[in-house]
Design a protein around this ligand. Structure first.
Ligand code: AMP
Ligand code: FE
Ligand code: FE
Ligand code: ZN
Length: 288
């Protein structure tokens, strides 16, 4: 490898709310010129095996997930996302939590659909489940149903205040973030806080909580992300420096459910090597 390696540590496949299958995702990552890609579907490891099987020569695969978490230190509790890398996919407590959250997502999705239908919006739960194709169900799948029904034209519009962003936004039963960090570490994995400063997604956690999470075993912060302004990226970087956390940058690619492209943001080799070094070797980085 002559130039600096290109490392993208946050992407989604059809195992959750992305639009490329895990096999298509790793092929697209190689075509985009990446050297390392992480598959981080919401609350599932279901895409790992087919991503691994399809891994193109020269590409390294970091198997991971993005965990739906909540911090209960504020009322109402605040949702946040935790990236988890290289953990044991058979660790029983973690497996149970992921299954519970996936079930909670379905229950919430069904309630959102009921609210929409009560207002005369013609979407159906079976249609949305079909659209999710067996992957972890999320609001992007409901957004697609709103687009098909001709009520909005883009996913962004579907996440606006009149739709899934506020009026039809319901909370789900997520994992307590301290418990999630503990379970990920116990499973040999490395936890990184995804887009911690993304004010455009809603309320954000205070920096004091991030310090507490660092003390509880958090390894890093995702700084370079499209949902962070340049000032927010700089803030996250500075905070990571103060707390001794590593810093990542990633696309959070979702196929056509978002406009961002693979490799739009990347992680430096030092941070990547720290993640690999901190992982306890249960799940290795795979090389194609
Ligand atoms: P959920 O996991 O069901 O709460 O839905 C959140 C997911 O929706 C995120 O993981 C993103 O993939 C997607 N999302 C959130 N906000 C937006 C937005 N403004 N535009 C497009 N996708 C979004
Ligand atoms: Fe998503
Ligand atoms: Fe996220
Ligand atoms: Zn994501």
């Amino acid at each position: 490898m002559s130039a600096a390696p290109r490392i993208d540590l946050h992407t989604h496949s059809t195992a959750s709310d992305g639009t490329l299958s895990p096999a298509e995702l790793v092929r697209a990552a190689a075509e985009a010129g990446l050297d390392v890609v992480a598959i981080t579907d919401h609350d599932t490891t279901a895409g790992w095996a087919s991503a691994l099987d399809a891994l193109p020569a020269g590409l390294s695969l970091v198997r991971g997930a993005e965990l739906s978490c909540r911090w209960y230190g504020e009322e109402p509790a605040l949702p946040l996302h935790l990236l988890a890398y290289l953990f044991d996919p058979d660790a029983p407590e973690l497996v149970a939590e992921l299954a519970r959250v996936r079930a909670a997502r379905e229950e919430r999705g069904e309630r959102i659909v009921a609210l929409l239908r009560a207002d005369g919006v013609d979407v159906s739960w079976p249609e949305i489940l079909t659209g999710a194709g067996g992957g972890t169900v999320g609001r992007p799948h409901i957004a697609q149903a709103l687009i098909r029904a001709g009520l909005v034209t883009t996913t962004t519009e579907a996440f606006g205040p009149d739709w899934l962003g506020e009026r039809y936004r319901l909370p789900k039963e997520d994992i307590d973030v301290f418990r999630a960090i503990r379970l990920v570490r116990a499973a040999g994995g490395v936890p990184v806080f995804a887009h911690p400063r993304a004010t455009r997604r809603g309320r954000i956690v205070p920096d004091e909580l991030i310090a507490d999470l660092a003390a509880a075993g958090l390894a890093g912060l995702e700084a370079d992300h499209e949902d962070h302004s340049p000032a927010e990226r700089a803030h996250v970087r500075a905070l990571a420096g103060e707390l001794g956390l590593l810093v990542t940058g990633s696309s959070d690619f979702h196929g056509t459910h978002k406009t961002v492209r693979l490799g739009a943001f990347t992680t430096g080799p030092e941070a990547y090597e720290r993640i690999v070094a901190e992982a306890r070797g249960v799940t290795e980085v795979a090389s194609g």
